[in-house]
Structures are given as C-alpha cells and as structure tokens.
Design a protein around this ligand. Structure first.
Ligand SMILES: [Ca+2]
Length: 179
C-alpha cells in the first residue's frame, strides 16, 4: 500500500463515519419549543392553569415556560405535537430547565398506539420520565430518551407536574430527535 492509497482510505473512512453520524439523528419539527410564540403548538388540556409563558422563565430569547403548581390534589399538563414513531427506534427530548422550588414534576417521552392509547403507564412500569431535582436551581441542559414500544405509532413530549406535591420550575428550548 503506498502513501496515496493510505491517505485515500483514511479520507473515505472519515467520509463514511461522518455521513452515518448525520443519518443517525433526525430532528423532528417540534414547533415553538422555545415558547417565543407563547403556547402555539402546545396542548394544555387538563393543565389546571398551571403552565404559563413568562419572561422570567426565559433561558434564551424573550420567553420561557413556567409551571407553577401550588396544589396537592391537581397537576399540570402541557404536551407538544405528536410525531410519527417507529417501534424499536429511540426518541430523545432535549431542553433547558431550572427549579424554583420543589421537585414534583416530570418531563415525559410517551408513545401512543394506532387507537390513540398510551403505551407507557405506571402499571406497565415503562414510563420515560425525567424528574426534576430540587437542587437544580441553576439552568441546566437536560435530555431524556425513550424507545418506541411494539405497536407505537406516535411519540409525544409531555410536561406534567404531579397531582400530589407542589413545584415551580422553568423550561425553555425543547427539541426532539429520532436517533
Ligand atoms: Ca425562549
């Protein structure tokens, strides 16, 4: 093998690994993940008025999401749009967050079947939850992965403060990728 062949082989190997890395991650078009358009693209059904877009919660831009849950019997509910999911594939949500007070809140990656039923439940013990930590009062970049189970057709990001317990926390910059 001469020098030219070695260099060429190295270049080809580099090209192949770069292109497979690019293929490995597919961004999904989660709209308004930075909350600059208020709650456009998000669904707040059953939120109990706890999720609000405010300037104080901005990590980047002018606005962020603040969840304020001062109830021990009600929780918040804010979901991004659903995207097509393929069983066996991994989906990752990335976001910035900080806790003002408490920890009774999770960010979820959850999957639905063709009937629109949840496939991740406490009963099945297969929920994908990033749970807030009360000590994380500084802004941090976080991520959470979920693997689409058998029968999954949709994936969704859900921000939910628990029925039991109280919390105030800020969020910004949500993105979702298929790995
Ligand atoms: Ca923002």
């Amino acid at each position: 093998m001469n020098l030219k062949t070695i260099l060429l082989t190295g270049c080809l190997a580099g090209f192949v690994s770069a292109s497979s890395a690019a293929r490995a991650e597919k961004p999904l078009a989660l709209a308004n993940g930075d909350f600059e358009q208020q709650l456009t693209g998000w669904t707040a059904t059953g939120d109990n008025g706890m999720s609000a877009v405010v300037a104080e919660a901005a990590h980047s831009g002018k606005f962020g999401l603040r969840v304020t849950d001062t109830s021990d019997t009600l929780g918040s509910s804010l979901a991004a749009a659903k995207f097509p999911a393929t069983p066996g594939k991994t989906y990752e949500v990335r976001f910035a967050s900080r806790v003002i007070k408490g920890n009774a809140l999770g960010v979820y990656v959850r999957f639905y079947n063709a009937k629109g039923e949840f496939l991740n439940t406490p009963e099945k013990k297969n929920q994908n939850i990033f749970r807030m930590a009360a000590k994380d009062t500084e802004w941090k970049q976080n991520s959470l992965k979920g693997v689409a189970p058998e029968g999954a057709v949709h994936v969704e990001v859900w921000i939910h403060s628990f029925t039991k317990g109280q919390v105030t926390a800020d969020f910004d910059g949500f993105t979702l990728v298929e790995l």
